[in-house]
Design a protein around this ligand. Sequence first.
Ligand SMILES: N[C@@H](CCC(=O)NCCCC(=O)O)C(=O)O
Length: 270
Amino acid sequence: MDQPPLIGITSDHVIQTSHSYYSAGERYINAITQGVKGIPVIIPAVHEQSTLLNQLDGLLITGAYSNLNPEYYQQADQDVNGLKDPSRDAFNLSVIPKAIDLGVPILGICRGIQEMNVALGGTLHQKVHEQPGLNDHREDRSQPMDVQYGPSHSVIIQQGGILSSIVKQHHEILNASTLFNSSNQQLTVNSVHGQGINTLGDHLKIEALAEDGLVEAISVISHPFALAVQWHPEWQFLENPFSILMFREFQNACVSYKQAKMLKKQTACR
Ligand SMILES: N[C@@H](CCC(=O)NCCCC(=O)O)C(=O)O
């Protein structure tokens, strides 16, 4: 029987009680094991990437409380004392373009969408809530976690992308979900971020927009599956039909990519 796809999960560099770790949240790992039926591999944000990427069948770029250093998009930092992660910044901004070039299927979540955009030359709003016309997309940290990560606002799915193709393929399942409104293609999502996409990077298309116009999902044009979303589909995804379908679509892309790689190897050996 075929081995499940090997999915790399990006990590955060964290210091706890004077010890240093590269870690990834359990929710992301569960989404890979249960939602993508893959083998999760946490990648320390230091690894040499070209050999590593050749082993992977997919890449998950996680969310994080830290913010990307705005030097990477040529802006002065508006929150110099805010949480940063230089190891993650350097690793992710270098691995994303390489993974895209190789055709590795990618799913980016929250900080992951921001990194994909900046890695391809885009910029971010450092404080979305201070931008005229944009809403406050932050969670209320005084609330319990299920409220912080609970349904927050809707996004409008744009035509012609990966998300709209999920809607088309599975409209019967989605029509039964209270989180999806088929008459206006609106999906209710959670919202746990202070930063967001300002100018769009190269070779990117918009997959979904919030009601205030903020970009909520993107994909790489002419790539089989390089999708990133500003919300958190991994949060209690088994209760959310759209999230289940999105992880399944990522799984299909990873399995196809793995099979194509094996076929190429076999052909080269003949
Ligand atoms: N720090 C950025 C990105 C927000 C983000 O990824 N939040 C996730 C928090 C932790 C997690 O659930 O993994 C911003 O504020 O925009």
